[in-house]
Design a protein around this ligand. Structure first.
Ligand SMILES: Cc1ncc(COP(=O)(O)O)c(C=O)c1O
Length: 403
């Protein structure tokens, strides 16, 4: 089912601070920061003509964030960027002058970094990014994970030298616990979700994601007509739709937010017309999207920029992983983790539903943009679901295994 956006803010301009956070000047700065990252390379924009034909749309372009900054997900762009920005601000304050990213390796800045501890709660990918950013600048990281985060994901974060703290309960419990401990210890919370009175840092995290849109727009001959993006707390959906609205104005694409049916906090928020916390149910295979409360900043943006909200089921997510691993025709294979292909799962559902096609104006002229938000960030789980390792997927598709 597709829920059209009927909030009173719909298609209203973004508040000034949000427009500044996600606008072109901010996105330029994000890309400038990326130039200073040793392992930075633009992620591939992959065309899937076979799949597009089978779904009755003109084209599908999918940005493959499995290749981002060695971390396997788009989250690599947000948390580490915010950590660097926060260190530069702290160093500027301490040294009484503006400190630029080009000075990150200088002794003065490193001395400030050693006094800093950054903390966050995570389902997996955001924590990895914060931990990587902390290691990069020489700060400490304390990462809070809830009971459902796999040992593999915990190990992948600890690999970056972070202190790991297990919290009983759900993701939302870990968010609260991280905030509580950080407050008591004087650590800086670098969260990808926001709450009343805590907006600026999650805004920086979202700002980091704008690089995906910049890179994609430069590669596309024409801007997309439709975008389907998966949501956890709504940060990536808000960053992408917000930047597209600011960059393209009236030419912006129809934007659809896709939630897991078992953790549909954005869908229910859109239905209510204001942020709601939903009840916990069974866990979803779309582990990175298992959030029960939207980010306030994300909702403020999505209430203005998203055209529709929808949900997908467990089997949709599993099926899309397999479809991307075993593509039709000459389409290249893509390794998509459990939450990576959920935007595509939304497109597949909408394309098969005549009412949704009409509601969204989805037809044979539609150019669809999607983001594979993660590769096999939990390789064991990926192999269980797809029946092949990520490396085998690429070998079967005649591709070299990436280094
Ligand atoms: C792979 C992946 N996709 C999508 C999301 C959803 O992002 P957001 O919580 O910003 O909506 C996440 C969040 O952790 C993620 O890790």
């Amino acid at each position: 089912m597709v829920l059209r956006n009927t909030t009173s803010d719909y298609r209203q301009p973004l508040p000034e601070a949000d427009a500044e956070m996600l606008g072109i000047a901010a996105a330029n700065e994000v890309e400038r920061f990326l130039e200073h990252r040793a392992n930075h390379a633009e992620t591939p924009l992959v065309s899937l003509p076979g799949l597009a034909a089978s779904l009755g749309v003109a084209s599908i372009d999918i940005k493959d964030e499995g290749h981002r900054l060695g971390l396997g997900s788009f989250k690599a762009l947000g948390g580490s960027y915010a950590v660097i920005r926060l260190l530069l601000e702290k160093a500027s304050g301490a040294l009484g002058r503006t400190v630029d990213i080009s000075e990150l390796r200088s002794g003065d800045i490193q001395a400030v970094a050693r006094t800093m501890t950054v903390a966050c709660a995570t389902d997996g990918n955001h924590g990895r990014s914060v931990a990587q950013g902390a290691q990069l600048v020489g700060a400490r990281a304390a990462i809070f994970v809830h009971a459902g985060v796999s040992d593999e994901r915990v190990a992948a974060i600890a690999h970056y030298g972070a202190d790991m703290i297990r919290v009983a309960g759900t993701y939302d419990d870990s968010v609260r616990e991280a905030a509580r401990v950080a407050e008591a210890k004087g650590w800086t919370i670098v969260s990808d979700t926001s709450w009343p009175g805590y907006e600026r840092i999650p805004g920086l995290v979202m700002q980091g994601y704008t690089a995906i849109v910049r890179e994609a727009l430069r590669k596309m001959p024409e801007p997309p007509t439709h975008v389907f993006i998966q949501s956890g707390v709504g940060g990536i959906a808000a960053a992408v739709s917000g930047h597209l609205a600011l960059a393209l104005g009236d030419q912006r694409p129809t934007f659809v937010v896709v939630d897991p049916a078992r953790a549909a906090c954005l869908f229910e928020t859109a239905r209510a017309g204001h942020p709601v916390r939903i009840a916990h149910g069974e866990p979803t295979v779309m582990a990175m999207l298992e959030c029960y409360e939207p980010s306030l900043v994300a909702w403020r943006i999505l209430s203005r920029t998203a055209d529709a909200f929808m949900t997908v089921d467990e089997e949709d997510a599993v099926s899309v992983m397999n479809r991307l691993a075993r593509p039709i025709g000459d389409d290249p294979a893509i390794v998509a983790g459990e939450s990576g292909g959920v935007g595509l799962a939304g497109l597949i559902r909408a394309a098969a539903d005549p009412t949704a096609r009409v509601a969204l104006g989805l037809d044979s002229r539609s150019r669809v943009f999607l983001i594979n938000t993660e590769g096999a960030t939990d390789p064991k789980k990926y192999t269980e679901i797809v029946g092949m390792t990520p490396a085998q997927v690429l070998v079967n598709a005649g591709k070299a295994v990436p280094a």
